[in-house]
Design a protein around this ligand. Structure first.
Ligand code: NAD
Ligand code: UGA
Length: 439
């Protein structure tokens, strides 16, 4: 099957590469010339474990190619995925300009029946808007052509995206015609024959499933984060609470890790977008609004914890380990570090930091604080001369630090483990003035 993927970012590139691995002939298209040039040279534009291997293999077998040419992409594809960004506007609603620009490009270049698949996360009603946009372009051209619009939301996690795309818990397909539904089954034939559950529904339901899923996970995290704050007050251990709660099959242990607040390109924007969708339909989605508020408070509570424990951070150096919003990615979009570092700096702290993949992004996103941030080569360099260590992202390499070596090089011995990676290890409390989150 010939597939075009328009937008070759975290989702489009992974989807394109994995669909090529499923045996399809895939063109990944993007308007970013540098990205496409790099991809043609075998240089990955993002850090995503395992992606380079899948791309290299499929380019070698000539199943995967890259282009900036939309005309070629549209004309050579039976199925076209839209995988461009849907960033939040100032009022929290999703900005659909990129999705609709692609829809109009498709309408301009279509040469026959196409299945147009929206993979971007979009508000309910966007599928119909895509259809209207494509029809508008066909009308301008004075031609009439058959096409179908499908909603096929993506549930992959960054850092684990190859596994998630190839081993999904479910594939959601929102469509209005049997023909399009059958074509989508062919697209995902490898998964279909391996008994991956398929949820086939209407476009509106598929669009809502995506927001409902992300919002529910965000609520779960905010719930456990608030439980962590309460646990600290009453002398309970949130790790053990989460473990015991998770033993109840109705709750599940996943996404019950207390921390410094959720970040990333999706939970923050998608929770705001669903609140906006509700408001536009005359409803106040109170649970999600509270989860958003709790997440903002959680980040500030982490700053408060550090400042209160240390007395003051004025003139002190703090070693921050991990800047990305989660491990195994270079993505810094809405990372808690972007709130916590500036706040510590405003309170007078100097930062020494190390992150395995975050520096490129952090340097421009935190540019206005560059005088107060020293980017170091490793954890030990960052800790040296610092009064406190703060773990913001649970990269594996931070789990096995030589704690004695760290301690010896520091000025003081505060250790704020904001991902609870050492909370079960009693020995750390003998070396450091240790605080986790809710433990
Ligand atoms: P991204 O910013 O990494 O990639 C988007 C790409 O689209 C960019 O490379 C950009 O240059 C390109 N683009 C923009 N306009 C274009 C156009 N007119 N034609 C061709 N290319 C164009 O975004 P992303 O993280 O991949 O997210 C894409 C969508 O998928 C969003 O709606 C997001 O919510 C959703 N999503 C993301 C994830 C994730 O983990 N990042 C997971 C599931 C769903
Ligand atoms: C999330 C969802 O998990 C994906 O299913 C979805 O496809 C994606 O958003 C999306 O729509 O973009 P992602 O943002 O890549 O994936 O990463 P997660 O692993 O979900 O983590 C998100 C944030 O929540 C991170 O900051 C992480 O540290 C935090 N988190 C996660 C917690 O604080 N506690 C947890 O128990 C789990």
């Amino acid at each position: 099957m010939k597939i075009g993927v328009v937008g070759s970012g975290y989702v489009g590139l992974v989807a394109g590469a994995c669909l090529a691995d499923f045996g399809h002939e895939v063109i990944c298209m993007d308007v970013d010339e540098k990205k496409i040039d790099d991809l043609k040279k075998g240089v990955m534009p993002i850090y995503e474990p395992g992606l380079d291997d899948v791309v290299e293999r499929n380019v070698r077998y000539k199943r995967l190619s890259f282009t900036t040419d939309i005309d070629l992409t549209v004309k050579n594809s039976d199925v076209l995925f839209i995988a461009v960004g849907t960033p939040p506007k100032d009022d929290g609603s999703a900005d659909l300009q990129y999705v609709l620009a692609v829809a109009s490009d498709i309408g301009k270049h279509m040469n026959g029946y196409k299945v147009i698949v929206d993979k971007s996360t979009v508000p309910v009603g966007t599928g119909q808007l895509v259809k209207k946009t494509v029809n508008g372009e066909l009308k301008k051209r004075g031609v009439s052509m058959d096409f179908d619009v499908v909603s096929n939301p993506e549930f992959l996690r960054e850092g684990k995206s190859i596994h998630d795309f190839t081993h999904p818990d479910r594939i959601v397909i929102g469509c209005e015609s049997e023909k399009a539904g059958e074509m989508m089954k062919k697209v995902y034939r490898v998964l279909y024959i391996n008994n991956t559950p398929f949820v086939v529904t209407n476009i509106e339901t598929a669009e809502m499933i995506k927001y409902a899923s992300n919002a529910f996970l965000a609520v779960k995290i905010s719930f456990i984060n608030e439980m962590a704050l309460l646990s600290e007050k009453v002398g309970a251990n949130v790790q053990e609470i989460a473990k015991a709660m998770g033993m109840d099959g109705r709750i599940s242990p996943k996404f019950l890790h207390a921390g410094c607040g959720y970040g990333g390109s999706c939970f923050p924007k998608d929770t705001k977008a669903i609140v906006d969708i509700a408001a536009k339909n005359g409803l106040e989605f109170k649970v999600i609004k509270s989860a958003i508020e709790a997440n903002e408070i959680q980040k500030m509570k982490m700053v408060e914890k550090i400042v209160d424990s240390m007395g003051s951070v004025k003139g002190k150096t703090i070693c921050v380990l991990g800047l990305t919003f989660k491990p195994e990615t270079d993505d810094m979009r809405d990372a808690p570090s972007l709130v916590i570092l500036p706040e510590l700096i405003r309170k007078g702290a100097k930062i020494k930091t190390f992150c395995p993949q975050g520096f490129k992004e952090a340097k421009w996103r935190l540019a206005e604080y560059s005088d107060s941030i020293e980017y170091c080569n490793d954890s030990y360099e960052a800790a040296s001369g610092s009064s406190a260590v703060v773990i913001l992202t649970e990269w594996n390499q931070f789990r096995g630090l030589d704690l004695e070596r760290i301690k010896t090089s520091m000025k003081d011995n505060f250790f704020f483990d904001l991902r609870n990676i050492y909370s079960a290890d009693d020995s750390i409390r003998k070396i450091f003035k240790y605080s986790g989150v809710g433990v």
